[in-house]
Design a binder for this molecule. Structure first.
Ligand code: FES
Ligand code: FES
Length: 158
């Protein structure tokens, strides 16, 4: 066991763990942030997507030892003051079914909109291609991402 200094959702945290413990388990089990989901545990499904220094990353694949000092954002920290436009659009478009994949979808979509404020359908599909959804919500995800992009543009020009 060793101690690691993490910055999670803007808060400095110290955790003790084996160095190869996946960051996902630290977030869920040690820091009690269960919004990030465990799907495959092999980097294949995207359910565990977080932001790592601003970029989407699969937390099941990152050892905690490699996370020290990085800025980590989970779905709980995406919009601490309430729902952001993406989350509002998700609600308005009734995107989730079982919901299991949705935190990862939203984290990936949030990174996309930061880099591409007005994404095309193809760009949305490409960005989210690695976030699997067994419930087939991708059409509604695309609609919600476009609605959120429009709202963010309106807010920026207001
Ligand atoms: S649980 Fe990490 S990619 Fe599936
Ligand atoms: S909403 Fe069920 S897996 Fe995506």
């Amino acid at each position: 066991m060793a101690a690691y200094q993490l910055v999670v959702n803007g808060v400095a945290r110290t955790v003790e763990a084996q160095p190869d413990t996946p960051l996902l388990w630290i977030l869920r089990d040690t820091l009690n942030l269960p919004g990030t989901k465990y799907g495959c545990g092999r980097g294949l499904c995207g359910s565990c997507t977080i932001h790592f220094n601003g970029a989407p990353l699969r937390s099941c694949m990152l050892p905690v030892a490699a996370a020290e000092g990085a800025a980590i954002t989970t779905i709980e920290g995406l919009s601490p003051g309430g729902l952001n436009p993406l989350q509002e659009a998700w609600c308005e478009h009734d995107v989730p079914q079982c919901g299991y994949c949705q935190a990862g979808q939203i984290m990936t979509a949030a990174a996309l909109l930061r880099d591409r404020p007005d994404p095309t359908d193809a760009e949305i599909d490409e960005a989210l291609a690695g976030n699997l959804c067994r419930c087939g919500t991708h059409v509604r995800i695309r609609a919600a991402v476009k609605a959120a992009a429009l709202r963010l543009q309106q807010e920026a020009s207001a």
